[in-house]
Design a protein around this ligand. Structure first.
Ligand SMILES: [Zn+2]
Ligand SMILES: [Zn+2]
Length: 341
């Protein structure tokens, strides 16, 4: 194991730090210069002096952190240099605009992946592996029991449930995160089944993405005077589910779309009628294939099942270490938006 003090990227109390460039990746405290992998609130926090992210992430950061932030967008694959360190952003397939950060200095290459998904959701720029010596990976679903079916299978299940609700004259309420899965679902569901409405948090995020030319499916605002939503699909963050807002949807069937739905009891714990396994993170195979494709000899495992996943990687011949961060997994990303709205 190398001496951590000489590492190109280091973990300190503010985030992932590149001392040579004096740049942070996804800092959880305010810093001078921040490179942001994607717009989820645990990875893009307010208060830093300047932000660099993909062009696609710029409107998301402005929507989340305010229009007055100092942010610069760059193209995927285009490199820039800070004090001799070469940086570039590469598709992570996680949500619109999400990127892995490649960092190169004197021939040594590190990649910080943020959050990623190897399945193509039809909305995010698909994940591309980047060769490196050291790879920093998340491990949200780093256990063999997490195995995603093709996204189209899950969408078919959602369509079938929605159709059943329509035939039973019930509204269909689906809880999902406002940035990421909401767009994946809206992009792929069968809109011929009925009308689609969104919670304010989802509508506002969609409007920001549509205004920036990054997405093309809008969700309707719920009309307070309307009495009947039978057969309609309503998307909401978890926080909207047991609220005054949702009490108007009389007799609704409720469902959740999350990677956690592959765990026994998860649906019941969330108090919903149906669970659909849909995630914007990689499953077990996705993580393993992505790591292998980097050709890295050293892997640093962050948020998720760090200890178990790191132990597994060690048994596969990788040099590994676990690293505590302030990043949250999929369930907590849902909670984070609950607090915002
Ligand atoms: Zn994320
Ligand atoms: Zn994350």
């Amino acid at each position: 194991m190398k001496d951590n003090n000489s590492d190109l990227l280091q973990f300190n109390t503010k985030g992932i730090y590149c001392p040579q460039a004096d740049v942070y990746i996804d800092p959880w405290k305010p810093v001078g210069k921040a490179i942001i992998t994607h717009g989820h609130s645990d990875h893009s926090r307010s208060g830093s002096k300047s932000y660099i992210c993909t062009h696609q992430s710029v409107p998301i950061l402005q929507h989340r952190l305010g229009g007055d932030i100092n942010v610069k967008g760059i193209d995927y694959g285009r490199s820039f240099t800070v004090n001799g360190v070469n940086f570039s952003l590469h598709p992570a397939g996680h949500i619109i605009g999400s990127a892995q950060v490649r960092v190169e200095y004197k021939g040594e290459v590190w990649v910080a992946s943020g959050d990623y998904k190897t399945q193509d959701d039809g909305v995010s720029t698909p994940f591309t592996p980047v060769k490196c010596h050291t790879f920093i990976t998340e491990s949200t679903f780093g256990l063999p029991l997490f195995n995603w079916a093709p996204i189209t299978d899950t969408i078919d299940q959602i369509n079938t449930w929605w159709q059943e609700c329509k035939e039973a004259n019930r509204p269909a309420i689906l809880t999902t995160y406002s940035l990421g899965k909401a767009q994946n679902i809206l992009h792929s569901i069968d809109r011929s089944i009925g009308e689609v409405f969104g919670h304010g948090a989802i509508n506002k995020m969609n409007d920001a993405l549509i205004a920036a030319g990054l997405f093309d499916v809008s969700t309707a605002e719920v009309d307070t005077t309307r009495k009947n939503y039978d057969g309609c699909l309503i998307l909401t963050p978890m926080s909207g589910l047991n609220s005054k807002w949702s009490s108007r949807f009389k007799g609704a069937s409720t469902a959740s779309a999350s990677g956690w739905m592959s765990l026994r009891g998860a649906r019941r714990r969330r108090g919903v009628d149906r669970g659909f396994v849909l995630s914007d993170h990689a499953d077990w195979n996705g993580l393993n294939l992505a790591i292998k494709a980097t050709g890295a000899e050293r892997v640093i495992v962050t948020h998720g099942y760090q200890a178990l996943f790191s132990k597994w990687l060690k048994s596969q011949g990788y040099q590994t270490q676990t690293q505590k961060t302030m990043y949250e997994g999929e369930a907590l990303e849902t909670e984070a938006v609950s607090k915002e709205e």
